[in-house]
Design a protein around this ligand. Sequence first.
Ligand code: NDP
Ligand code: MG
Length: 374
Amino acid sequence: MRKKVVILGSTGSIGRNTLEVINLHKDRFQIKALVAGSNARLLIQQFYKFKPELIILTEKNNKIKDKSIPLKYGIEYVLDIVKSDDVDIVVSAFSGVCGLLPTYEALKSAKRVALANKEVLVSGGKIIKEVAEKNKAEIIPIDSEHSAVFQCIQAELKKNIEKIILTASGGPFRKLPLKKLKEVTVQQALNHPTWNMGKKITIDSATMMNKGFEVIEACYLFDMDVNKIEVVIHPQSIIHSLIETVDGSLLAQLGPADMKLPIQYALSYPERLKRSIPQFSLKEIKHLNFEEVDFARYPCLKLAYEAMREGGTKPCVLNVANDKSVVSFLQKKIKFTDIPLIIENALADIDNVVITNISDLLQFIDFVKNKIKT
Ligand code: NDP
Ligand code: MG
């Protein structure tokens, strides 16, 4: 039986890569529904190619006249389709916190969630983990670092894992003199050295907030204390992450910087299917380098560690403040170096509160969004 897949964010970088993987494995997967925000043109092209039963835009678009297309508008349809009994896997690949509720509902309905949208775990980790556990739903990571760790731990007992080591490319400003950071342009920040991704995560990679989010994501996914998660700079992005066992062994997963591999594994796990990426040879790579992280260059990573150590709603505030400041940076309203300052102020100004359910969490997110001025 082919597995029926819903892709949240099919027009994005992860969504398009997921469709490529599925196109190569049509005997195993079938697209049930595709969802995007506003990119009607690409969504409709994807409809003609993959013929899903339903496509959804969360934003209304009055220009589409073809009545034969099964197109719906609005988040209600998204929440309905992720709950459908006729769906096996939900690929969670919206960008930002808008993926929180649909991912929660998919897990509540015991779907496998192939998770790319890390902001879901950063802002709602505890609630998301609880709903998954309660309903015996799987969360399989797509993020390359977490997929690497997930692959490494398949052969290990939890008690044998002493540490998780996440690798980071260091982004485009790894070698820029520190005093020049305040002058960097949006275009320079969007020029990632090794990965081709959506705009928001590319800026997050330049500040290394992306790695901070990944530290938090790893805590929830692998049930690890934040102090047991280390970050090391590895500019080639070939080793995607490692685990260290209690006897001192380092286990790593290597591969090209191509998201199709972790996406495919998240869809097919525990099976491995034929490759959807080109052959990869270590002989062509030649060098693998590692460097310590300089927190003065990457204050966002430091803020993420601090937020996770404090716990409660701090990681959620971190995420919302980052979302808002990245939008402002992309709109050229603030400087690159303002991003960590806005986040630091938000973390200092907004008190920790206890939140135990999804509707309170969504309300809290709205409150934080309104409170932060960028
Ligand atoms: P993109 O910006 O390329 O794509 C985002 C997708 O989400 C698009 O389909 C977009 O639709 C949709 N979307 C955005 N906002 C909304 C909204 N408010 N409502 C509904 N749909 C919305 O992002 P990426 O694919 O790069 O990243 C997606 C997620 O995966 C992020 O959380 C990112 O951190 C994570 N991730 C990405 C990696 C990568 O290699 N790209 C690697 C690891 C994790 P539309 O096109 O219509 O705007
Ligand atoms: Mg990653």
